[in-house]
Design a protein around this ligand. Structure first.
Ligand SMILES: C[S@@+](CC[C@H](N)C(=O)[O-])C[C@H]1O[C@@H](n2cnc3c(N)ncnc32)[C@H](O)[C@@H]1O
Length: 361
C-alpha cells in the first residue's frame, strides 16, 4: 500500500525487512511486545489483536538454531551466553524472536542512522546485550527512561515492589556520525521561580540578571574600562555594552552597583533534553488521540524521537507499527515512512489514522 509519504505493510516484519535493500533507512523505532505474558485486545473487544505470550517450542528451537549457525558472529555469541544464563524458557523464546529482527533492522539502517528500541526494564538488559553485539558497545547512545505515570497500582500497599512507572528506550547509532537535532523541554516552575525572579513592569516578561564581567579578567583578553561608573574587565567591547544599554538589556540596580545583563526567560530555548522523560503523558482513556489499539504510544513521544534523530524528508521505519503512531508523527514532521505490522486490525487502524480511503492502495 503506497502513500505520498509512506508505505504500510501487513505481514511478519522479518521477511519484509530481509527483502528491503541495505542501508536505506535513517531512523528505526521498534516497539515490539515486551514479554508481558498478556494477550492484547482492542478497547471494548474480547478478541486478541496480538499476543505477548512466549514459550519454548519448536519455533523457538529453530530460531535459536538459526542464530547459532555462525558461532563467530557477535550476535550468535550473545545469544549463546543468554541461552546459558536464562535457560530455554519464555524469556529466551522472546529474545530469539527479537534478535533476528534487530539484526535485520540494523542492516537496513544507513551508516548515519539510529535505532530506538522501546522495551521494559525486565527485558531491557538482555536486549541491550543483543544490541551491543549487533552495533558494538560503541554504538550505544543512551538509555532513555520514559516515565509513563506518576503512580501505578503495582506500588499499592500489599505489592512488595515499587510501582513500575517507566519504560526503557534503548538508543543506538550505526556509525560514529549520526543525526542529532538538539531538543529542549520547558523549565520547571520551581526553577523559573528561583532563577527568573524578576518581572519587567509593563511587559510582564520574566528575566534573570547575568554577569557582564569578563571571565578570567584582563589576563583572558577582556577589555577593562569604565561603564556606568564601574571599572572592570568586561565581557564585551565598550561599543557592544553601549548598544546593549541602548536596547534596555542592561540593569544597574542603583548608582555604583555592578551593571548586569537582562536575560529574558522567553528568549531561552529551555532545558536541553535529558535521558529521563517525565513530561510526556501516556495516551489517556479519553484522550483525543486514542484509537482503542492496545499499547498505543503517545504522538509526543514519537515526535520527540523523530525530531531528534532525523531530518526533513528522511526515511523512518517502524517494524512493529501497531496503530501507526510513528507514521502519523513522521507524516506531521515531513518525513517519509514505512510501517509494518502482522495484525490486520493494526493496519486497519493505522490506515484510518493516516486518513487513507479504503480504495487507496
Ligand atoms: C506494542 S505494539 C505497537 C504499538 C504501537 N507503537 C502504537 O503506538 O500503536 C506491538 C505490535 O507489534 C506487532 N507485531 C508483533 N509481532 C510482529 C511481527 N513478527 N511482525 C510484525 N508485527 C508484529 C503486533 O501486532 C503489535 O501491533
Amino acid at each position: 500500500m503506497g502513500h505520498v509519504n509512506g508505505e504500510l505493510l501487513l505481514g511478519d516484519n522479518l521477511a519484509i525487512l530481509e527483502g528491503m535493500p541495505e542501508s536505506c533507512v535513517d531512523l528505526v523505532y521498534l516497539d515490539p511486545p515486551f514479554n508481558s505474558g498478556s494477550l492484547y485486545a482492542q478497547t471494548g473487544s474480547r478478541d486478541a489483536v496480538f499476543s505477548d505470550r512466549w514459550r519454548w517450542d519448536g519455533a523457538a528451537e529453530r530460531a535459536l538454531a538459526r542464530l547459532l549457525e555462525d558461532p563467530t558472529e557477535p550476535v550468535s555469541k550473545a545469544v549463546s551466553a543468554l541461552d546459558i544464563l536464562l535457560g530455554r524458557g519464555p524469556q529466551l523464546a522472546y529474545l530469539v524472536v527479537l534478535a533476528p529482527r534487530l539484526a535485520a533492522s540494523r542492516r537496513v539502517l544507513k551508516n548515519t542512522g539510529s535505532l530506538y528500541l522501546h522495551c521494559d526494564p525486565r527485558s531491557g538488559p538482555y536486549l541491550r546485550v543483543l544490541l551491543d553485539a549487533l552495533f558494538d558497545p560503541r554504538g550505544f547512545r543512551a538509555e532513555i527512561v520514559w516515565r509513563r505515570n506518576s503512580a501505578h497500582s503495582d506500588g499499592k500497599q500489599g505489592h512488595q515492589v515499587p510501582g513500575r512507572v517507566h519504560d526503557t528506550i534503548l538508543f543506538y547509532s550505526k556509525g560514529s556520525r549520526w543525526t542529532w537535532n538538539p531538543q529542549y523541554t520547558p523549565y520547571e516552575a520551581a526553577y523559573v521561580e528561583r532563577f527568573y525572579r524578576h518581572v519587567e513592569p509593563g511587559t510582564g516578561r520574566r528575566y534573570r540578571l547575568g554577569d557582564l564581567t569578563g571571565p578570567g579578567g584582563v589576563a583572558n583578553g577582556n577589555p577593562r574600562y569604565d561603564f556606568l561608573g564601574v571599572t572592570r574587565p568586561w565581557r564585551f567591547s565598550r561599543q557592544r555594552m553601549a548598544d546593549l544599554a541602548a536596547t534596555g538589556r542592561i540593569v544597574q540596580s542603583r548608582p555604583g552597583a555592578v551593571p548586569c545583563f537582562k536575560r529574558y526567560l522567553d528568549e531561552m530555548p529551555g532545558v536541553p533534553l535529558q535521558d529521563v522523560w517525565a513530561d510526556i503523558r501516556p495516551v489517556g482513556a479519553h484522550g483525543s488521540e486514542r484509537t482503542g489499539y492496545p499499547t498505543q504510544k503517545p504522538l509526543a513521544l514519537l515526535e520527540r524521537i523523530i525530531a531528534s534523530s532525523s531530518h526533513h524528508e528522511d526515511l523512518v521505519l517502524d517494524p512493529f507499527c501497531g496503530s501507526g503512531t510513528t507514521l502519523v508523527a513522521a507524516e506531521r514532521l515531513g518525513r517519509h515512512w514505512i510501517g509494518i505490522d502482522s495484525s490486520p486490525a493494526a493496519i486497519e487502524i493505522a490506515r484510518a489514522r493516516l486518513g487513507w480511503q479504503p480504495s487507496e492502495g
